[in-house]
Design a binder for this molecule. Structure first.
Ligand SMILES: [Zn+2]
Ligand SMILES: [Zn+2]
Ligand SMILES: [Zn+2]
Ligand SMILES: [Zn+2]
Ligand SMILES: [Zn+2]
Ligand SMILES: [Zn+2]
Ligand SMILES: [Zn+2]
Length: 1753
């Protein structure tokens, strides 16, 4: 031990060691410590402008920390700390979250949602397999792993479990020995004192005297700039640039540092100059709306000590993590109060200073608190007590602070208040509820008006949101309900409750409004703040009620207090004299008040709390003792219900459009009043209050009061006062609204306490009614249910009882469908339905019943029985006034006063009647007839008393059946009449019929004739209506289809249309009898005839048809040309043609970047398209403000039919039918061998060369070494002797289009300025032709589709047009140019042709050579400006020999590169192929000077060759098929590996044993083979000095993603930006092409490209996907598609939760799992080159584009 110590000390210098000893000996440690700091600190931190961080750190370690630690431990600190580290320390994880980190909570086990785990603990915990939630931290919280109070189960992860490997030794070794503890007690106070002193040090120029050194004070000052939340990033940069005259980069650096650390030295120098800089910065940062930035000029030594104080804080922080003893000692010192009590303890002092400190200092202090107090339960409690002691002060500081909540010490409240034992302790010992409410009462008064009610007009959003933090604390403290109630607890809680009532008192009736008449209000008042507070309070109110309900006495006392508070607020209309209202012999005495005239407020939290307490009284039975607490005389139920009634009446009047002059703010308030976010503590409680009223008041009086408050008293007297249509309409709406509320009062009983239902029943009923509207996604249901304080809806517990889950397809989401047995629960007038939901649900349910061939009556389900306390409510149904109301309305219908009633009104009347009948039926079922006093039936069948010729309700209903307007209600009326009968039978239980039945049948008879006529009329009308509806439906369907077609599946349309065309063509083919296999050969003399049908196409623009012919004007196909890396074997390599010299002739076999041509398959006249394009250009020029989603400059437009993004058109060139005369063919076959053909070709080429050389001697002219055979018969012209024909004549318009498309391909392919004469144009057209075929071949293989016959129609027509175009394009270029290209291509195959820069065999993609040489070959027939082309027979030989040559070269490529890998398979078949393969390899080996190993078994070589060459053969088959139109063998139309290979060989005139090719042509090929193999590049590869592509090429796939999304989050959390040390990663993005993780949307990783700043993703996309790329933004859980810097779109990530839904933004936070089908869809999107299309479509549909800066992604 000692040795080690001495060794380190010697290394570190003797000084520090001695110093440590010296400290040790002295008594006054503090003085010595400070002296040391005074000496070293200013020197170490001397250059703050430009600090050498590493040097600083080293010096601090040596001069201060080492001696300090040495002094603390008395031995080598490193060894000691290592011991401590190994022994582990705490069972609490305590990891502090950084902003953006993912946290996990468990819905099964967490005490509340604030209990979270860090990703490490989560991954090692049992909760991983529970119903967890993921969230993104805003920073500042910490991991609760190990806190037994936070979790119902599994509080420890495997790492923090007691007894786990890392914590076992705790008891044995971790205990610090006494000496160290003693030293700590001595050292810590001085350290803490210093930290505290310096962080809160306020002198700018002076240091504390103890830290002053003897040396003279220097004139070194710093100008220090502080962070605030008001100034934008850009504004600070601007101010700094102006004030300091610095560069943008420097200013940006400063600003970033300020944002992160909270302050930064921006200038150093003498006092005066710093002061000047300070003023400048202030001046530049100040403007009308903003305060200047906070700047200070500080002495250099002050800054140095402050800086070191924080460093010392981090040092302590580290120390804390080692030992519980250290933590305890630290906490003890921090809590120690001075004897004189004048100053608070250290920790409180720091808390109190918190809001004045800069961000960096706060962070260090908070971390210190986390690592000490919060890791030791006992001290956490003590800390919490200190916190509560200063709570009010701290909150006030926070409210006036300008920093965000997460860096305020007040944010720590959640860590303490949510711990159940701690919360109880704080309530009992410190009355924390009262403390919090009193704090609120002190910070809110600035919003009080003269009536002592809140009024938030003109409030500051920022400030108020700081007040919410206090409200939130109230929620935290109440979040866990105590299980044990002591008297002290009750007392303190009740005190808190009363204090809380005082806040509610200020809210009761706040923000009163008055109806605006005449003039519209000028400014919509602020309503958001009051509603927001209401939302914040909702669950707090519910929790208070729940707490009260824990104890009967408590509940009654709370009720009494609340009742008293309501009464105190309910006196404002007392001044008015009472008047009387008479109706049906009943009289109401009331004080006049009119909602439409007097002021009204929707904020009544006191009344609603009382209603909440009332149902709890009913539930617990405590209501029987209510009299002891509130005497009946005091109770005054009329007064209690008055305010809620006014509020409901207001809602009715708003619905009746009476308040339209009060503007939108009122509409919004009414919306929220009933919305799921507020309704529990607003609307629902008002209904309950009415139910309380109905249960306690005389029913007639209750209804009279309703009529009075709804201002409908006159409407139900016989006289209708007005003829004004508007007023009548108003009145009708008011009646509807009132009837609806009456239905709710009588029928809505699903509240625990109102009836005997459980919370689960309530949730179930909500869900049933939601699903009665339509099947819904899990998230949609969850959103429509109220959340409790733990953000739970209770949905999962019950959903399976009422609904079945239907899984989603490849798009869309899973939905729940209601179980059939739940349909009977449907109540059309469910009180949480909005108007739209109501009518939707009604429609759905009626439709369903119709489909089931049932009647359309939708009576209410029998409601549960009221609790005893509410049982009197039913009496309002059969009271006189109700009967009067119902009868009056029905009478108006029968009397045909059409303007006085509405169908909705009738529906409600019918509903009320049903409820009454159901109630009576139910009661009769339970008790003997004579005991049931509820006599609804009796009342309804009684005559009305008020009028002479009155009829009873039953008779009225009979008449109603004849009213045509009520056709839709007929079934319901019948149902009610039947139920009347049932009830009657139950009542009478005897056979004699009563007067009513007779009178009813009479009434029916009397009207019989009338009603038959009506019936006929009605029937006719119904039929006409049905027909109209049917028409409407069809129209709607059509337009929906059309829309769908355009938006999503535009292919469908083409498919049906063109597939038909295809079928026809296939039929034709089959009808040709000679179409036997013999003719299904594409190459050579046996070539089959091309099958072409007359092509008549319809222009999508003008709808006219035209046949495609050479001489006609051009038809074109909309197309999009794009760069593509879909096939790359070397991701990240891109071609850049910076100097315009890139040679695209030879495609490298890695296919790293090609040019893909795609088409949506839509045909236009060239002229029509041009007109269309010009029109778009014009319209865009005129509407400059419209965001241009496509780039007109570069020819972009949207396909007029399907809206795909296009950037050019392909001319449609008809295929020229060619037929071979078989006699000629045989004759030629005799003489034209490959050798001879080669000689002829060479002679032709050298002939041209000679001509050219004669003329101008251009450079690089191909020099052909003519063979020394000197066969004079083979002269320049002999090529023509095998058959020629005149060149096809293209119309001018086709030629123009050929040029246009070729130019686009050239421009996009090489990313250069357009040109019509660049020599590279023909090459790029061949290249896109070859590359597109390769892409499609690859895709077909990938999708497991057959090579031919399975192409999508767009692919088919695109490819056809592209190949024919590529063949025709030659004619628009100089033939000498084409020849030149051809010669260079041939030089690859024929090394005799000497051309410079010919790449070796291994550096070329052979398919590109094939396509290029086949398409260029006809140029050899050009002669003296006469353009001839080979005849069919000539070209069949040309194709055959070119193809055979290229194929042999490709086989050689494959053999050289892809057969070496030793195979493990044991298939030792000794086939002919194997033998020839082996023989061939021997030859190759010979030519490569033995570099090529010949040990590979023949069967393996053959296997490799066959696999390697298949993609090439498939591409060749596609190419020749589209070039020549020769029908392919059947085998290529189906998927079959073995059949395919044979069919390919036969179609392409190859022997199935490919090595026979070499045998056949051995003499000719042998020399070629030698030369291919002898190429230095080949040898270098074989010697292992370079690498080459292997065949078959690997297929590109999107990277593998983990099944569980949290693995990705884990990955993201470990990712660090490569450029900056900042460890906050807000936007990590994963490239799905290559798997690299990027730091997106951050300044650190931007790149400058061509003078433009590009974000990391965009920059990466340039290389990885040639500008088009796909990223997964991990924190947001969204896929991003990007294209060419400025364009992009979001796409749902392929991860689904268990409900089949995606979760963009991780808002819901459910566990997510990879959906392979969706990921596959993304893969296809990429491989089909549809990313650009997807982006364009998304931008088109989301026209409102919220300026996302794609460039910075
Ligand atoms: Zn943790
Ligand atoms: Zn843990
Ligand atoms: Zn769990
Ligand atoms: Zn047209
Ligand atoms: Zn289209
Ligand atoms: Zn990538
Ligand atoms: Zn970065």
């Amino acid at each position: 031990m000692a040795d080690g110590g001495d060794g380190v000390a010697a290394a570190g210098g003797r000084g520090p060691l001695k110093l440590a000893m010296w400290w040790d000996e002295r008594v006054d440690f503090q003085a010595a410590f400070l002296q040391c700091l005074a000496k070293h600190v200013p020197n170490i931190y001397s250059s703050e402008m430009d600090p050498l961080l590493e040097k600083q750190e080293e010096l601090v370690q040596v001069t201060i920390f080492y001696p300090l630690e040495r002094c603390l431990f008395g031995e080598d600190p490193d060894i000691c700390l290592e011991k401590l580290r190994q022994s582990g320390s705490s069972q609490l994880c305590g990891k502090v979250f950084k902003s953006g980190e993912t946290t996990y909570s468990c819905r099964d086990c967490a005490i509340d949602p604030t209990c979270v785990l860090c990703i490490d603990c989560f991954q090692n915990s049992i909760h991983k397999n529970h119903r967890y939630k993921m969230h993104t931290s805003t920073g500042g919280g910490f991991c609760d792993c190990g806190d037994t109070e936070a979790w119902k189960a599994g509080p420890f992860c495997t790492k923090h479990e007691p007894g786990a490997a890392s914590t076992t030794q705790e008891n044995s070794e971790c205990q610090l020995n006494e000496e160290v503890m003693a030293q700590a007690r001595k050292v810590f106070p001085s350290v803490i004192q210093y930290i505290a002193d310096m962080t809160i040090w306020k002198e700018e120029k002076e240091l504390p005297p103890e830290l002053m050194t003897s040396r003279e004070k220097t004139d070194n000052y710093y100008c220090v700039l502080f962070n605030d939340e008001h100034h934008s990033y850009d504004h600070v940069i601007y101010s700094l640039q102006r004030a300091l005259g610095c560069e943008f980069g420097e200013a940006q650096l400063h600003t970033t540092a300020i944002d992160k650390e909270g302050r930064r030295v921006v200038k150093a120098g003498p006092y005066a100059s710093c002061q000047e800089a300070k003023e400048e910065i202030k001046r530049h940062s100040e403007n009308v709306s903003q305060r200047p930035l906070h700047v200070e000029v500080l002495h250099a030594d002050v800054v140095a000590h402050q800086k070191f104080a924080l460093r010392l804080g981090s040092w302590l922080n580290k120390l804390m993590s080692y030992s519980s003893d250290f933590r305890q000692i630290f906490c003890q010192i921090c809590l120690k109060e001075e004897a004189d009590y004048e100053n608070p303890c250290f920790i409180s002092m720091l808390m109190l200073w918190d809001a004045k400190l800069h961000k960096g200092a706060r962070k260090v202090l908070h971390e210190l608190i986390f690592s000490s107090f919060f890791m030791e339960m006992e001290y956490k409690k003590l800390f919490a007590m200190e916190f509560v002691k200063y709570y009010k002060l701290l909150q006030k500081e926070y409210i006036s602070d300008d920093h965000e909540r997460n860096i305020s010490v007040t944010a720590l409240s959640v860590q303490m208040f949510t711990v159940p034992t701690l919360a109880r302790h704080l309530i009992e010992e410190q009355n924390v509820i009262t403390t919090i409410t009193k704090t609120l009462l002190e910070v809110l008064p600035e919003y009080l008006d003269r009536n002592d009610k809140f009024n938030f007009q003109g409030y500051s959003q920022d400030k108020l949101s700081r007040v919410y933090a206090v409200i939130c604390d109230l929620k935290y403290i109440l979040i866990s309900k105590p299980t044990v109630w002591t008297d002290r607890l009750k007392e303190c809680f009740l005190e808190g409750f009363c204090s809380f009532l005082r806040i509610l008192t200020c809210m009761q009736g706040m923000e009163e409004i008055k109806r605006q008449i005449g003039q519209h209000i000028e400014v919509d008042p602020d309503w958001e703040a009051a509603i927001a507070i209401q939302m914040q309070l909702k669950n707090i109110l519910l929790m208070f009620q729940e707490w009260c309900a824990c104890d009967e006495d408590l509940l009654l006392k709370a009720y009494k207090e609340c009742h008293r508070a309501v009464m105190r607020c309910s006196t404002n209309s007392h001044s008015r004299a009472k008047t009387f209202f008479h109706l049906c012999g009943h009289t109401l005495e009331y004080r006049p008040y009119r909602v439409s005239v007097d002021s009204v407020s929707i904020h009544l939290p006191l009344s609603r709390t009382l209603a909440g307490l009332h149902v709890r009284l009913s539930k617990t039975g405590a209501i029987s003792r209510l009299n002891e607490f509130v005497s009946p005389k005091e109770f005054q139920v009329e007064l209690l219900i008055d305010y809620p009634l006014r509020c409901l009446s207001l809602v009715a009047q708003v619905a009746a459009d009476m308040w339209r002059r009060n503007g939108l703010s009122l509409i919004s308030q009414v919306f929220y009043y009933q919305d799921v976010k507020c309704r529990e503590e607003m609307y629902d409680k008002d209904i309950i209050m009415l139910q309380i009223g109905a249960s306690l008041m005389d029913p007639n009086n209750f209804l009279l009061m309703m009529l009075q408050r709804y201002e409908l008293a006159d409407a139900f007297r016989k006289i209708m006062p007005t003829k004004d249509q508007d007023l009548i309409k108003q009145c009708n709406t008011l009646i509807e609204e009132m009837l609806q509320v009456l239905i709710y009062v009588v029928g809505e009983r699903y509240v625990p306490g109102v009836s005997d239902v459980s919370k689960e029943d309530v949730v179930m009923r909500e869900i049933i009614h939601l699903l009665c509207i339509e099947p819904m996604a899990h998230s949609a249901i969850a959103k429509s249910l109220p959340e409790n304080e733990n953000n739970e809806t209770g949905l999962e517990n019950v959903i399976d009882k009422v609904a079945v889950f239907k899984k989603p397809g490849v798009s869309g989401h899973g939905v729940y469908e209601l179980k059939d047995e739940c349909l009977k629960e449907f109540n059309m007038f469910f009180y949480h339905y909005t108007k739209t939901q109501h009518s939707k649900a009604e429609h759905t349910q009626k439709k369903r019943r119709k489909q089931e061939n049932r009647d359309e009556a939708l009576p209410p389900p029998p409601p549960p029985e009221f609790s005893p306390a509410f049982s009197n409510v039913v009496k309002i149904m059969n009271c006189d006034v109700m009967m009067h109301i119902l009868r009056t309305i029905l009478q108006r219908v029968v009397e045909l006063e059409t303007h006085l009633w509405t169908e909705a009104m009738i529906q409600m009347v019918l509903h009320l009647l049903s409820l009454g009948l159901l109630e009576e039926k139910q009661q009769l079922g339970k008790a003997p007839e004579e005991e049931v006093t509820f006599d609804f039936y009796h009342k309804a069948s009684r005559m009305g008393s008020s009028a002479l010729n009155a009829v009873n309700i039953v008779m009225l209903l009979e008449k109603l059946k004849g009213i045509p307007q009520l056709e839709a209600q007929k079934d319901m009326i019948n149902w009610i009449l039947q139920t009347f009968d049932t009830v009657k039978r139950l009542r009478e239980k005897s056979s004699f019929s009563t007067v009513t039945t007779i009178s009813r049948s009479e009434a029916t008879k009397g009207d019989e004739t009338q009603s038959t006529q009506d019936k006929d009329k009605a029937e006719r009308k119904r039929k006409a209506e049905a027909a109209r509806l049917h028409r409407q439906k069809i129209m709607a369907q059509m337009s929906a289809l059309q829309k769908n077609f355009i938006e999503t599946h535009k292919l469908l349309y083409e498919n049906t249309q063109e597939a038909q065309g295809r079928e026809d063509s296939i039929m034709e083919e089959e009808s040709i009898p000679i179409a036997i296999d013999h003719y299904r050969i594409a190459l050579g003399p046996k070539r089959g005839p091309s099958v072409t049908e007359k092509e008549v196409l319809t222009c999508i623009l003008c709808q006219e048809e035209q046949e495609v012919r050479l001489e006609n004007t051009a038809m074109v196909l909309s197309a999009c040309v794009q760069k593509s890396t879909a096939l790359t074997q070397y991701r990240g390599k891109t071609l850049e043609d910076s100097d315009g010299t890139l040679d695209p002739l030879f495609m490298h076999p890695d296919l790293s970047c090609g040019t893909y041509t795609g088409s949506c398959g839509h045909v236009m006249h060239a002229a029509c398209w041009q007109k269309y394009f010009e029109a778009i250009q014009l319209s865009f020029r005129q509407r400059l403000h419209v965001e241009q989603i496509f780039d007109l400059e570069n020819g972009e437009y949207l396909c007029p039919l399907c809206k795909s993004l296009c950037n050019t058109v392909i001319p449609i060139v008809p295929l020229q039918t060619q037929k071979i005369n078989s006699e000629d063919a045989e004759a030629i076959a005799q003489i034209l061998s490959l050798a001879r053909w080669l000689e002829i070709v060479m002679a032709r080429i050298s002939g041209y060369t000679a001509n050219i050389t004669k003329e101008e001697e251009p450079k690089n002219a191909p020099a052909v070494v003519s063979r020394e055979k000197g066969d004079s018969a083979l002269d320049f012209h002999s090529i023509l002797s095998f058959g020629i024909q005149p060149l096809a004549k293209y119309s001018r318009s086709i030629k123009e289009m050929l040029v246009l498309f070729a130019t686009t391909v050239y421009r996009v392919g090489l990313q250069v300025a357009p040109s019509e004469s660049d020599p590279r144009i023909p090459v790029t057209t061949w290249s896109t032709c070859a590359f597109t075929i390769q892409c499609i071949e690859n895709l077909l293989e990938d999708e497991g589709k057959p090579l031919l016959g399975a192409l999508q129609n767009r692919q088919h027509s695109g490819l056809k047009a592209l190949v024919q175009f590529a063949a025709a394009q030659r004619t628009t270029a100089p033939q000498s140019l084409i020849q030149k290209h051809l010669v260079r291509l041939l030089a690859v195959l024929l090394p005799d042709v000497k051309v410079e820069d010919t790449p070796s065999l291994l550096d070329i993609d052979m398919f590109h050579v094939l396509v290029g040489s086949v398409l260029a070959f006809p140029s050899l027939y050009w002669e003296n400006a006469v353009d001839l082309q080979p005849s069919s027979i000539s070209s069949s030989y040309n194709h055959l020999y070119l193809f055979h040559l290229v194929t042999m070269a490709h086989i050689t490529q494959i053999i050289l590169t892809s057969t070496t890998e030793s195979s493990t398979a044991q298939s030792q078949d000794d086939s002919e192929e194997a033998r020839t393969a082996e023989a061939f390899c021997k030859e190759v080996s010979q030519y490569t000077s033995g570099c090529f190993s010949q040990n590979t078994p023949g069967w393996h070589i053959w296997d490799c060759v066959k696999k390697g060459i298949t993609p090439y053969l498939r591409c060749a088959a596609l190419f020749f098929y589209y070039l020549l139109g020769v029908p392919p063998p059947e085998e290529l139309l189906v998927v079959s590996d073995e059949g395919q290979f044979k069919a390919l060989c036969s179609y392409l005139s190859l022997p199935t044993n490919l090595f026979l090719l070499y045998q056949e042509y051995w003499d000719t090929v042998n020399p070629l083979l030698q030369r291919w193999c002898a190429d230095p590049a080949v040898l270098s590869y074989l010697n292992g000095k370079s690498i080459a592509i292997r065949y078959p090429r690997k297929r590109n796939n999107l990277i593998d993603l983990p099944e569980d999304y949290s693995c990705l989050l884990n990955q993201a959390s470990q990712f660090r930006c490569p450029r900056s040390s900042d460890d906050e990663q807000k936007h990590p993005a994963l490239c799905l092409f290559c798997g690299v993780m990027l730091c997106s949307q951050r300044a650190c990783c931007q790149e400058l490209v061509n003078g433009e700043e590009l974000g990391a993703c965009n920059f990466h996309a340039l290389h990885c996907g040639a500008g088009v790329c796909m990223f997964l933004k991990i924190r947001e859980c969204k896929v991003v598609l990007v294209e060419s810097k400025t364009r992009g779109c979001f796409y749902p990530a392929p991860y689904l939760d268990e409900y089949g839904e995606t979760d963009p933004g991780l808002k819901r936070g459910n566990p997510l799992h990879l959906c392979q089908e969706r990921y596959r869809k993304l893969h296809l999107l990429w491989q089909q080159h549809c990313i650009i299309e997807e982006i364009a479509r998304s931008q088109e549909t989301n026209q409102i584009f919220f300026g996302f800066n794609w460039q910075m992604l």
